[in-house]
Design a protein around this ligand. Structure first.
Ligand code: ZN
Length: 342
C-alpha cells in the first residue's frame, strides 16, 4: 500500500477538487479503478478470523499514554466487534443488535445516553431509525458535538469496517475516555447516527441520505439546543492504512485550524494534511443551519483503492495506529475547544 499511496498523491488532489462539486460522503459516484496491490489479508480471512489479521508493526497502536489516554487498540477491537455483526443497514435485525451493543458499551463506561427513535421516509419506504446520544455534562451552556454514523451501506455482504465501523469504534473509545472525567465548561455529546447512507440506490442522493443527522439537527433546533452548539466534529472513514485527512472547505477556518494546529502540535502533519476537500456528509444539516461543523474523512483514498462501498471494506483494511491518531487529535481538539469557549 505505501507505494500506491505515493503514486496516488498527485492525481488524488485532482480527485479532491472534483469531490467539492460532486461528492457525497459515502456518495462519490466516480469510476472505481481496480484495487492496487494490497498487503493485507483477504476479505474472506478477515471475516472468518479477525483476531488473526496480521498488523504491520508500523501500524500497531501506540500505548494509550502516548495518545492522551485514547487507546487505539481498544478502538480497533470495537471496530472488530461492529464488523462481526455483519451488514447492518437501517431497520434490520442486525442494526438492532448493533444498537444494543452500543447501549451496553455506553453503560459499561458509565455514560448517560438518550435514544432518539424516529421514522424516515426514504427512497425505499418508511424506515424506523435510531440515533443514540451520549451526553457528558459540562458546567456551562455550550455543547461540543462529536458525530459518527453506524449504519452500513445497503450493499450485499458490505460490513463497513472503514465506512461506519472505524468512526463508530473510535467514538465508543472516545466515550470510554470522556464519560466520568471531571466536568469542563462545555457539555460533550457523542452521537451515533443512523441512516447516513443513501438507501434506494448505489450512488449518492442527498435527499435520500443523512437521515440521522437531519433528525438530530431538527430536534436540537426545536429543543433550543442547537444555538448552544459551539462546534460539530464528524468522523467518517478514519481508520484506513495510509490515512490522509484533508482540511474541510465547508468548515470555518478557525475550526479547520483547531484541528490542524492540534495535529501539528502532536506531530501528525503527515496524516492531517494542508490540502482541502469538500464532502457531502452528516455535517450537511448543521452547515445548512450555520452551525460550525467539520468533516474528518479520507474518502478519496478509499475510492481509489477500490474498497469503498464494496464487500472488501473489511477489518484487514483498518490500522489501529490510524484510529489512535485521529482519536488523539479529536480528544485534544475537544480540550482546545473547551478553552476557546469557557
Ligand atoms: Zn458509505
Amino acid at each position: 500500500m505505501p507505494a500506491a499511496m505515493v503514486f496516488r498523491r498527485s492525481s488524488w488532489i485532482v480527485a479532491a477538487a472534483f469531490a467539492a462539486v460532486s461528492a457525497g460522503a459515502c456518495g462519490h459516484d466516480s469510476a472505481r479503478p481496480s484495487a492496487p496491490v494490497n498487503a493485507s489479508s483477504s476479505a474472506a480471512a478477515a471475516a472468518a478470523a479477525p483476531a488473526q489479521i496480521a498488523i504491520p508493526p508500523s501500524d500497531v497502536a501506540p500505548p494509550a499514554a502516548q495518545t492522551g489516554g485514547f487507546d487505539g487498540a481498544k478502538a480497533y477491537d470495537q471496530v472488530a466487534k461492529l464488523v462481526a455483526f455483519g451488514p447492518h443497514p437501517p431497520a434490520t435485525d442486525a442494526i438492532h443488535a448493533v444498537q444494543n451493543y452500543i447501549h451496553s458499551q455506553l453503560q459499561s463506561f458509565g455514560c448517560a445516553f438518550d435514544d432518539d427513535d424516529f421514522n424516515a421516509q426514504t427512497g425505499i419506504g418508511n424506515l424506523a431509525m435510531k440515533n443514540i446520544v451520549a451526553k457528558i455534562p459540562g458546567t456551562g451552556q455550550g455543547i461540543i458535538l462529536l458525530l459518527t454514523h453506524y449504519d452500513t451501506k445497503r450493499v450485499d455482504n458490505f460490513v463497513g469496517a472503514e465506512d461506519g465501523g472505524s468512526s463508530t469504534g473510535l467514538m465508543l473509545e472516545m466515550a470510554r475516555n470522556l464519560c466520568g472525567r471531571p466536568k469542563q465548561a462545555n457539555s460533550v455529546w457523542i452521537v451515533f447516527l443512523d441512516g447516513e447512507e443513501t438507501q434506494a440506490q448505489f450512488t449518492w442522493v442527498t435527499s435520500d441520505s443523512v437521515y440521522g443527522s437531519r433528525e438530530l439537527a431538527a430536534r436540537m433546533s426545536v429543543a433550543g439546543d442547537l444555538k448552544r452548539v459551539r462546534a460539530v466534529i464528524l468522523a467518517d472513514m478514519v481508520g484506513q492504512y495510509g490515512l490522509r485527512i484533508l482540511r474541510d472547505s465547508d468548515a470555518p477556518k478557525w475550526l479547520n485550524d483547531t484541528i490542524s494546529n492540534t495535529a501539528a502540535r502532536l506531530g501528525y502533519q503527515s496524516v492531517f494534511v494542508s490540502q482541502e476537500t469538500s464532502t457531502e456528509d452528516d455535517t450537511l444539516p448543521f452547515i445548512e443551519r450555520h452551525v460550525p461543523a467539520i468533516d474528518l474523512i479520507d474518502l478519496n483514498d478509499y475510492i481509489n483503492l477500490g474498497y469503498w462501498h464494496t464487500a472488501q471494506d473489511t477489518l484487514d483494511k483498518i490500522s489501529p495506529r490510524s484510529l489512535a491518531i485521529v482519536g488523539h487529535v479529536i480528544l485534544e481538539s475537544v480540550n482546545a475547544l473547551q478553552l476557546k469557549f469557557p
